[in-house]
Write a protein that binds this ligand. Structure first.
Ligand SMILES: [Zn+2]
Length: 256
């Protein structure tokens, strides 16, 4: 991982003929041709700015609520199949010098949740941690602390999803290799679930209930076991929220 030079220019690339530097600042792109000793500033279109890699200045200007609003708006575009067109090869080059993502998203391993697409984000926009059952352990906490305290992200979102196989396996108490200790980290959510009805993996209502409870447990674990993140949240520097992804629609709803 590369946090980049916090005092430096976010992105400098040599391109085209002669010495042309591309400098990203204040959400706009400017091109200056040094060899001619005259500057020509080309303001990028709003769409181009949207495609560009996030700069440190842009990251620092965001509020946690603005980041959450942006992700939810991106999810609406995903649901409407209206994803932003991005130049990935350009973004790869721009992101070389550093990264200033706006959020950390913890998701299940499930292949049906392409996290960047789900929020209409591209290279350099968000940190994504994934583990079957989207639970929080020491390694995930360390990653979140890096993402927020070191790299400046403003939001932590934990997203569970409908029909989670890991949660269903925890309900069934599956015993298999390293899956057994992994499921043990989901089972506390199962135990604390208060549910009227059949507590079985064949009951979709119960599986959904535990999936949501598992997200709430992850949020509580973050606050209880990370003094760094708890303090950042208390100071209003970050928000910590839970989401629930619907496999049938692609929609993310916030968990209260
Ligand atoms: Zn899952």
């Amino acid at each position: 991982m590369n946090v980049g030079d916090k005092n430096g220019i976010a992105c400098v690339c040599a391109c085209l003929v002669g010495v042309i530097s591309v400098v990203t600042f204040g959400g706009r792109l400017a091109f200056a041709e040094d060899s001619l000793l005259e500057s020509t500033v080309v303001e990028a279109t709003e769409a181009a700015a949207l495609r560009g890699v996030l700069t440190q200045q842009q990251q620092q200007s965001l509020t946690p609520q603005a980041v959450l609003d942006e992700l939810m708006a991106g999810n609406r575009r995903f649901v409407e199949d209206d994803l932003t067109l991005r130049n990935h090869s350009q973004r790869v080059r721009e992101a070389f010098a550093g990264q200033y993502p706006k959020a950390v998203v913890l998701s299940c391993l499930d292949s049906r949740i392409p996290v960047e697409d789900v929020f209409d984000r591209g290279i350099g926009d968000i940190f994504v941690a994934r583990v079957a059952g989207n639970f929080v352990n020491e390694d995930i906490l360390g990653s979140m602390e890096f993402g927020c305290h070191v790299a400046g992200a403003k939001l932590i979102m934990v997203i569970g999803h409908t029909n989670c196989g890991a949660v269903a396996a925890a309900i069934d108490d599956v015993q298999l290799g390293n899956i057994t200790p992994m499921l043990a980290k989901i089972r506390p959510a199962l135990k604390q679930s208060v549910f009227e009805g059949e507590r079985s993996s064949t009951n979709p209502g119960f599986v959904a209930h535990v999936c949501r409870e598992n997200v709430r447990l992850a949020l509580a674990t973050i606050r209880e076991e990370s003094e760094i993140l708890q303090k950042m949240e208390a100071a209003g520097e970050i928000m910590i929220v839970g989401g629930y992804y619907d496999l049938t629609s692609g929609q993310v709803s916030l968990i209260k």
